[in-house]
Design a protein. Sequence first.
Length: 95
Amino acid sequence: MTIAGPVAARLLVIGDLVWLDHNGNGMMDGLDAGLEGVQVNLFDKDFNWIDTRFTLSNGSYNFDNLTPCDYYVQVLAPSEDVLTATGGFDPATGL
């Protein structure tokens, strides 16, 4: 009989893109381009802050080495921009 040792939990990565949505449709298309330097915050299911990232030159960000559970991502729009909403995203709070 073989007894297996402990199984390591799979770690997660949460990431996406932040872009300038020229036509406000919530989709990256046409002339839309990634935004660099946008603050993105990660919170746990109880809204406790975990970490902050800033988007790269292509608008990408990611949080890695996360244990499996529920998370919230907050995108803080630069002062001159407005967030567009898709998929349950609240542009008022960025969550």
